[in-house]
Design a protein around this ligand. Sequence first.
Ligand code: AMP
Ligand code: ZN
Ligand code: FE
Ligand code: FE
Length: 278
Amino acid sequence: MNERKVDLHAHTNHSDGVLTPHELVEKAVEIGLTALGITDHDTVSAIPIAQTYAVKYGLEIVPGVELSTEDNGREVHMLGYLIDIHSRELNERMAFFRDVRKARAYKIVEKLAQLGVHIDINRVLEIAGDAAVGRPHIARALVEAGYVRDIKEAFDRYIADDGPAYVPKAKMTPLEAMELIKRAGGIPVIAHPGLLGDPDYVRFLARHGLVGVEVWHSEHSPEDMAFYEALADELGLLKTGGSDFHGKGHRTQLGVPEVSYEVLEQLKAWKAGVPLQG
Ligand code: AMP
Ligand code: ZN
Ligand code: FE
Ligand code: FE
């Protein structure tokens, strides 16, 4: 019956995705999505722009964000859905973390220089434009300067979490992020828990206010999806999903894996205060 499909996890060039909000909307329409969740890192600036185009096409935009958090040296990504994008507190916190990202980009470029790899920080910032600058922008500068063939090689050789030019960035804790998202009227959902590989940590977050789990994700194996679906049910958490589309070079297929519109209906019901079914 319900054949409407959504993709609730996509990035634009307002963070480290490649497509503009308009291009992303066009792509979502082209592949027949009913709703598209835009979840840039540390910014919501793409959302109102996407909405102006989406209206024309009858596509629904789900306002979202992806916050990088850290607990004891481990990086946890927290999605916030159906947030109030005008929340002053949320916007102030995101602005702070965008500044943190910029300062860290300088440090990574310095570390690369110490390794004999010379890219220009101004070129990195130019590639990022107004976007929240991230490692993918540095990766693109590395490709451009001919040090590596592609984004993947840039990560593998230099800037992956265990790479020689990696620099961590200051982050909030997952609990802070969940609170912040809730105060902005949103729904906190742990992103791609399969990449974290610690179900007990999801249980821990569930005891501290987590509302949903990203069950379906492009880098989850079928086993991961089955596992986290069961875990979400066991813990009484909402289930969400999306491709984590960034465009060229990384997580490149919008709309894969398939996610039913019903998932979005559940998010809306939660926000409206309707208890979870089943
Ligand atoms: P940052 O937020 O600056 O730490 O960068 C993290 C982002 O880099 C992630 O959200 C992904 O988009 C991207 N990323 C992480 N690991 C890889 C990888 N191995 N290959 C390509 N992109 C990656
Ligand atoms: Zn990203
Ligand atoms: Fe993520
Ligand atoms: Fe993401």
